[in-house]
Design a protein around this ligand. Structure first.
Ligand SMILES: [Zn+2]
Length: 319
């Protein structure tokens, strides 16, 4: 019998990543296309279905070899696959993504928030190593989060559980967040956050810094300058990891996960970041939690989303 495959989709506001993944979680083929968000995202579902059909044809795979389609997308979802909000994709509120894609493609579809998919991907094939209790925090432009308890995503009352990025960590005079609050974790412990912290430091002191020689500097510049001993950069990097370590300790004291996985672009800062996050975490975590919750860097990079989306179908089949 021919191998069974899962079609996986990581739907972003700019790019749609697609893959055919086998039931062991290995990517057989992966590709990406721009997301057409024009006309209120009216072509997105059709385009996904067409991309999958085109690839089946190209690879001489018959449609009945596909077990289903797993989709990760940026927004909170209901249990039945209705997307409450999809600002980046142009869709109206309460968009029935699962039902519409099933109708279009004629296969079972499972949908989940993209940060949750990354968490599922890391659980299945990445740093989670199959651990059933895992928190995944993605440090990019913002901070995304996914919480898995007993192998299941924690969704909450309105799909907004695991929004780690909006935990308040700076209680006074914090930076204003995109969500409307101020002092959120993502205002300090994201790529934009660490740049913001460094810029603030540059303005409040007259200390020499490599960062003063650059017109626009990136999070990568800050972490690299910190490694070279630049005081201002080191202070910003330290603050970024201090707040992350603090937020993660609160999460761990509540959930005591086997592992907290740190992913996203900022996690490329690697061991120095991990060490200082662990330092603050160890100060603030309850002793039994500190001794049983590990903090590790993500292993899957950009592929976590599609692998987690495939897991949705795999998990459905095992039920
Ligand atoms: Zn916020």
């Amino acid at each position: 019998m021919a191998t069974s495959l899962i079609a996986a989709v990581d739907l972003g506001g700019t790019t749609t990543k697609l893959a055919f993944i086998n039931t062991s979680g290995e990517i057989v083929v992966g590709w990406k296309v721009p997301t057409d968000v024009s006309n209120h995202g009216s072509r997105i579902i059709k385009n996904i279905a067409e991309e999958i059909k085109k690839k089946l044809l190209e690879m001489s795979i018959s449609k009945d070899q596909l077990l289903g389609v797993g989709v990760g997308a940026p927004g909170p979802f209901s249990e039945s696959g209705v997307m409450y909000e999809a600002v980046n994709l142009g869709w109206r509120k309460n968009y029935p993504l699962k039902a519409l894609l099933e109708q279009e493609i004629g296969l079972p579809v499972m949908v989940e928030n993209d940060a949750n998919c990354a968490a599922l991907g890391e659980m299945w094939k990445g740093a989670g190593g199959g651990a059933e209790n895992l928190v995944c925090v993605t440090l990019g432009t913002g901070v995304g989060g996914g919480v898995i308890v007993n192998g299941k995503i924690v969704r909450g009352a309105r799909g907004a559980a695991g929004e780690i990025g909006h935990m308040t960590v700076v209680t006074e005079k914090g930076f204003v967040c995109n969500c409307g609050k101020s002092g959120c974790l993502e205002t300090v412990s994201s790529a934009t956050g660490v740049v913001r912290l460094a810029s603030q430091q540059l303005q409040t002191t007259s200390k020499a810094s490599f960062l003063r020689t650059k017109q626009n500097f990136s999070a990568k510049d800050v972490f690299e300058a910190a490694k070279m001993g630049d005081e201002i950069a080191a202070f910003a990097a330290q603050q970024c990891s201090y707040y992350l370590g603090l937020a993660l300790s609160h999460l761990a004291n509540t959930l005591n996960p086997d592992v907290i996985v740190i992913g996203g672009g900022v996690s490329k800062a690697g061991d120095p970041l991990l060490q200082s996050v662990r330092k603050k975490f160890n100060e603030c975590a309850f002793t039994p939690v500190r001794n049983s919750t590990n903090i590790d860097l993500a292993l899957l990079g950009n592929e976590a989303g599609v692998i987690g989306a495939a897991w949705l179908i795999k998990q459905k089949l095992m039920e």
